[in-house]
Design a protein around this ligand. Structure first.
Ligand code: HEM
Ligand code: HEM
Length: 283
């Protein structure tokens, strides 16, 4: 892998920053706020930031870069798909529980629902995230989607995944700001009490975590290399149907490899096209 040392340094920084963010969210709710409970009180609201930062930010961030860990490149693509899908599913579950907590808290205290920009953008992000998860399973994990659909959807999958992730970080920043303005009365937020400083630092860390993940996920030379037997196109079939083999869709043995590997100019161009379309030749 090119720049292996730099990748490791960025990965270690992302893990550290993400981990410290989770710890800071716990320090915030336990040291400065009412702790955690599930009884309609402020303790129930506090699950909202803690689960969002743990699941929707940290775990989702790891899920996004999991294909890029070089020591996983020898693992099968299918296993990596399960890990990527599994981590994203855990993130989704934690996000839903965190939403239930805030809605229940609002209902228990007769606070109106869905009035703020934070809640609008947040709910939109959760809806698109569920859609992304559902389509990810349906198209890339289950063996039914035709290869040309996988090829067409992959760049959209990557783009929407990264956009949702960035939106989640922005929503978390809005939520943090709102909460500090609502909760800090005397001294007020504007007086910069220690809680405000701690939570402002948490916001900064979330931005740094997001930037590190987006950087790692957008370097073309750090993407998982195509499997040995993935870039195949039968010379007679220079169509999208030959691009994906290392998946639930098709398995080709090494013995078939020499038969299947493209040696025509048309097939070579087709391969380049697929690579450029999604920067990926395995889906
Ligand atoms: C409320 C989503 C992160 C603080 C809400 C509501 C939603 C939501 C849908 C509306 C609940 C209702 O109307 O009953 C999200 C999402 C987040 C996120 C998707 C992740 C990206 C955070 C964070 C905080 C936070 C990190 C920090 C404390 C609040 C507060 C409210 C709230 C104070 C109540 C006021 C309001 O409705 O805007 N959130 N939230 N949120 N959230 Fe978040
Ligand atoms: C790649 C996001 C769910 C299959 C990616 C990438 C992102 C992403 C950002 C680009 C990673 C990279 O360039 O290294 C998401 C999000 C999901 C989700 C946010 C959930 C909401 C799924 C599911 C599957 C899936 C359920 C089914 C297995 C894939 C595949 C790749 C990919 C096959 C290409 C990996 C490669 O470059 O070799 N996803 N994804 N995704 N995702 Fe997802």
């Amino acid at each position: 892998m090119e720049d292996y040392g730099r990748f490791l340094a960025l990965l270690a920084s992302a893990l550290l920053v993400g981990f410290v963010s989770v710890i800071l969210s716990l320090v915030w709710v336990f040291h400065y706020r009412e702790g955690l409970s599930w009884d309609g009180s402020l303790g129930e609201f506090n699950w909202h930031p803690v689960l969002i930062i743990t699941g929707f930010v940290f775990i989702q961030g790891i899920a996004i870069i999991v294909y890029r860990l070089p020591w996983t490149w020898k693992c099968s693509k299918l296993l990596m798909k399960f890990i990527h899908a599994g981590l994203n599913t855990i993130a989704m579950i934690l996000a839903i529980v965190s939403m239930v907590a805030v809605f229940e808290f609002h209902n228990a205290k007769n606070i109106p629902n869905m009035y703020s920009l934070h809640s609008w953008i947040g709910l939109t992000a959760v809806i698109f995230y569920s859609l992304q998860l559902f389509l990810g399973f349906a198209v890339f994990l289950l063996p039914f989607a035709p290869v040309h659909l996988r090829v067409a959807l992959m760049p959209i999958h990557v783009y929407s995944g990264l956009t949702i992730f960035a939106t989640v970080i922005a929503t978390a920043l809005m939520g943090i700001t709102e909460k500090l303005i609502f909760a800090l009365k005397s001294p007020a937020y504007s007086a910069s009490p220690p809680e405000a400083t701690l939570v402002n630092c948490l916001g900064l860390l979330l931005v740094i975590f997001g930037s590190l993940i987006l950087w790692m996920a957008s370097r073309p030379h750090w993407k998982r290399p195509p499997a040995e037997n993935a870039k195949i196109l039968r010379p007679t079939e220079a169509t999208p149907d030959g691009t994906e083999v290392e998946s639930t869709l098709t398995k080709s043995s090494n013995a078939d490899k020499s038969d299947l590997r493209s040696n025509t100019e048309a097939a070579r161009k087709q391969n380049i096209k697929f690579d450029e379309a999604g920067q990926r030749s395995t889906m």
